[in-house]
Design a binder for this molecule. Structure first.
Ligand SMILES: Cc1cc2nc3c(=O)[nH]c(=O)nc-3n(C[C@H](O)[C@H](O)[C@H](O)COP(=O)(O)O)c2cc1C
Length: 439
């Protein structure tokens, strides 16, 4: 198989559609029940997906009354999933703004050992303004400040994961030597934000370092990804912008001396799949009919750092002037650019915009037959818009089950997607080099 398509399952709530939890086909398990997450991971593993991903936010969303926005802490869940699966990659979000590097390094190295080399870390800077109040309430960190911290954070954790040589452990009970003393070293990091002596207090994991995943698409975010990310999740509402993003990030990676196949790009895809296109579109409308525009309005405000949209009528066409300048937004900058781009292109009413965002928060939403979804995936994959997809099923597990039963076999018949795992580790699935360390 020439170039392999990569599929990641993004497990989120009871699906990515805003009203998924009220929809037929949504799981009846509690979101605090580990069997819910394990059930999704086991489905994805049976279908030979590369990985599953768990997102995280560090504050409770204001619309908890209308939406089940709770979940178990992702890193803890990965440890449980590592025992319920054997091959699929396990990716979790962990914040660089509100986590200590030494703690994160220990957690992800531990899960790499527990999972026998299947862990990935989604590096987020935590754009949610309300998170700051849970971490000393020292005020919202600016967009630029968050990325500056993240840069140093990644240098520190990388040095910690590399503070043991791969061959450090001898475990020579005869000679009484556990590790080669000169094969474990301090890192003595002294920076603007962190002072960390090291070494890490455990040997390197099977992958050396977790797979570095990132999902920031602003200019700063893209430059950061070009230096650090091995897999990049992105929200793109059109193929054209996805192609531009793809080309730009690969070019930035090349400027950093990295080859394109070591910086994979996986746009989000949220497909509503029906026997006919008309049926799929009816299913999408039915989901949207379950939404509450006021929930959508408060989420839109959150995306724009708390901007007040309460004055906007629901049924008047919008214009970019109805929104704050993205350059001034300290929250998720690229997502605000994607939203304003849609408003500029299509001049939707607020109700229409909220209906679109209800689908998958600004990721690519589509409704069609299995053939049509497979065509879209093949087209973006072959035409420089994606190395794979971050699958965001509208309703879990129903939409995932249909995708696995109906779309995956088509992708296999076309020689695009694996029929069985060839590798044991997440790096192996993604075709990523292992950062070996010997000293
Ligand atoms: C697929 C995907 C998953 C994300 N997961 C998280 C997450 O779990 N937690 C979080 O705080 N931000 C998450 N983000 C937001 C990004 O980390 C980033 O803050 C956002 O894309 C804005 O980045 P920018 O300011 O560089 O444009 C995610 C974004 C995408 C596209």
């Amino acid at each position: 198989m020439a170039r392999a398509l990569h599929l990641n399952l993004f497990i989120n709530g009871r699906g990515h559609h805003e009203a998924s939890w009220r929809a037929p086909g949504a799981s009846s398990l509690a979101l605090t029940d580990i069997d819910y997450y394990a059930g999704m991971a086991e489905r994805a593993e049976r279908a030979c997906f590369d990985s599953v991903f768990l997102a995280d936010q560090l504050a409770l969303a204001p619309d908890i009354a209308q939406a089940p926005r709770t979940w178990l802490e992702p890193v803890t869940v990965l440890a449980a999933l590592a025992m319920r699966t054997t091959r699929i990659g396990l990716i979790a979000t962990c914040s660089t703004t509100y986590t200590e590097p030494f703690n994160l390094a220990r957690q992800f190295a531990s899960i790499d050992h527990i999972s026998r080399g299947r862990v990935g870390w989604n590096i987020v800077t935590s754009w949610l303004a309300t998170a700051a109040a849970n971490y000393g309430d020292t005020g919202v960190v600016t967009h630029a400040g968050r990325y500056e911290i993240a840069e140093e954070f990644c240098r520190v954790v990388s040095a910690l994961w590399d503070s043991w040589s791969d061959d450090a452990v001898l475990d020579d009970r005869e000679a009484g030597v556990y590790a080669r003393g000169d094969a474990v070293r301090r890192i003595d990091h002294r920076g603007a934000h962190y002072q960390v002596a090291g070494p890490l207090n455990m040997p390197r994991g099977p992958q050396g370092r977790p797979v570095f995943v990132q999902a920031g698409s602003s200019d700063t975010g893209k430059r950061f990804a070009a230096r650090w990310a091995e897999a990049v999740f992105t929200a793109q509402m059109e193929k054209a912008t996805a192609r531009d993003f793809y080309a730009e990030l690969k070019a930035y990676g090349a400027e950093e001396g990295r080859s394109g196949d070591q910086v994979l790009i996986l746009p989000g895809l949220s497909p509503v799949i029906g026997g006919t296109e008309a049926e799929a579109q009816r299913m999408a409308r039915d989901l949207n009919d379950l939404t509450d525009p006021e929930v959508g309005r408060s989420r839109l405000s959150g995306r724009f750092g708390g901007h007040d949209f309460s004055h906007l009528p629901l049924d008047r066409p919008l214009s970019p002037e109805d929104f704050p300048d993205p350059a001034a937004v300290q929250a998720a900058r690229s997502r605000t650019e994607v939203i304003i781009g849609l408003v500029r292109r299509e001049k939707p009413t607020l109700r229409q915009l909220l209906g679109y965002l209800a689908g998958a928060r600004g990721h690519y939403v589509t409704a069609g037959t299995p053939e049509q979804i497979a065509d879209l995936i093949e087209d973006w994959f072959r035409d420089g818009a994606a190395d794979g997809f971050n699958l965001m099923p509208p309703v879990l597990p129903a939409s995932l089950d249909v995708f696995i039963e109906e779309v995956v076999p088509i992708l296999r018949k076309r020689g695009l997607f694996r029929g069985e795992y060839a590798a044991e580790t997440l790096r192996g699935h993604y075709g990523l080099q292992r950062p070996d360390v010997t000293f």
